[in-house]
Write a protein that binds this ligand. Structure first.
Ligand code: GFB
Length: 320
């Protein structure tokens, strides 16, 4: 890929920063990025001007408005509008400026709430969505369909990857905005250092989630850039580990990693969300890609990242 000029949109986020790290590890030097202050991806003219100036040959669209179950259900207008704007602008610019390959990133919440488990790609649009993240899911489904429509009408090479729930370095630890794993890392850490006897876990603890380290997703993105074409896959392809745990089991794994020995208390006033969400990852396996980072290794490294960024005496910033 050495002659390529790869634009990673959203390079300061959890996914984009992992993609940049992975490209750098592979010795890639021509990586294009722009901060939110430099480029507002919701402004179509600015996105066009940026592509005209930088002429990326490949694009990873990792810029999105994302959040956990509460943020999704509290801010549906923000989630649907921002994501539609960002993806419409970037996809159109990729077409206009002749980008050779676009990797568009969705989410496992695009599938119906009661999809068969593990969820195959063919479950898309076969049933009703989970209400807590319907707005986000509709935007991401629109992104898949937009990529597919451009491929059909214009012969572009736009691939849609559907990652499962992610965690890792650079995660969001804001209690109201975060996903379950960073939320529990922070809460278990705070419970340990303040000597609390209980760890509050939202919901009933029975929903199941599949969690993947973001470095695995970054490796899948680079795999897609190097080895997959839209014609090799259907409208989208799943990226996950194929392994899920209950929220209770996830909380226990976090408690072990953090060294907190209190009692779990469930706050059932908070939503459970979809009962189960584990991806069928056989299609990407057939193409030769597998996730590598086990949860028992990934959670301690995520905790180290939390400590380094937020919990050390010399930390320069704290989570919101
Ligand atoms: O990661 P999460 O917020 O989102 O996980 P989803 C929610 C599940 O974890 C629910 C439980 O069953 C919650 O009851 N949970 C327990 C907690 N404690 C906590 C906590 O302290 N914080 C949080 N956030 N959850 C998201 C979608 O769904 O998945 C997004 O909303 C996106 O759109 C993402 O698709 C991948 O897995 O339910």
């Amino acid at each position: 890929m050495t002659e390529d000029n790869i634009y990673v949109a959203g390079h300061r986020g959890l996914v984009g920063s992992a993609v940049v790290r992975q490209l750098q590890r592979l010795g890639h030097e021509r990586i294009v990025t722009a901060s939110r202050q430099e480029l507002d991806l919701t402004v179509q003219a600015d996105v066009g001007a940026f592509f005209a100036a930088h002429r990326p040959t490949q694009v990873v669209l990792a810029a999105a408005k994302v959040g956990g179950i509460l943020a999704n259900s509290d801010l549906p207008a923000d989630f649907i509008r921002s994501n539609l704007e960002i993806q419409n602008n970037v996809i159109e610019a990729c077409y206009r400026y002749g980008v050779r390959k676009l990797v568009f990133l969705g989410s496992s919440c695009i599938y119906p709430k009661f999809a068969p488990q593990p969820i195959p790609e063919s479950a898309l649009l076969t049933g009703l969505l989970e209400p807590t993240n319907e707005a986000y899911a509709i935007a991401k489904i629109a992104g898949i369909k937009t990529c597919a429509a451009y491929n059909r009408q214009y012969g572009t090479n736009f691939l849609s990857l559907m990652p499962t729930n992610l965690y890792g370095p650079g995660d969001n630890y804001d209690p109201r905005g975060s996903h379950v794993l960073p939320a529990l890392i922070r809460r278990a850490h705070e419970a340990r250092v303040t000597g609390q006897s209980d760890l509050v876990v939202w919901g009933s603890g029975t929903p199941r989630r599949e969690l993947m380290h973001v470095d695995d997703l970054a490796s899948a993105c680079v795999f897609a850039l190097e080895r997959l074409d839209a014609s090799d896959i259907g409208e989208c392809i799943n990226v996950g580990t194929g392994i899920d745990l209950t929220i209770r089991e996830i909380a226990e794994t976090v408690m072990d990693a953090v060294g907190y020995r209190g009692r779990i208390v469930f706050d059932t006033s908070k939503p459970d969300g979809t009962p189960r969400k584990v991806l069928d990852v056989s299609a990407l396996r057939r193409h030769g890609w597998n996730a590598r980072i086990a949860l028992v290794d990934g959670i301690p490294s995520a905790y180290q990242d939390f400590l380094a960024r937020y919990a050390q005496p010399h930390a320069r910033s704290r989570p919101a």
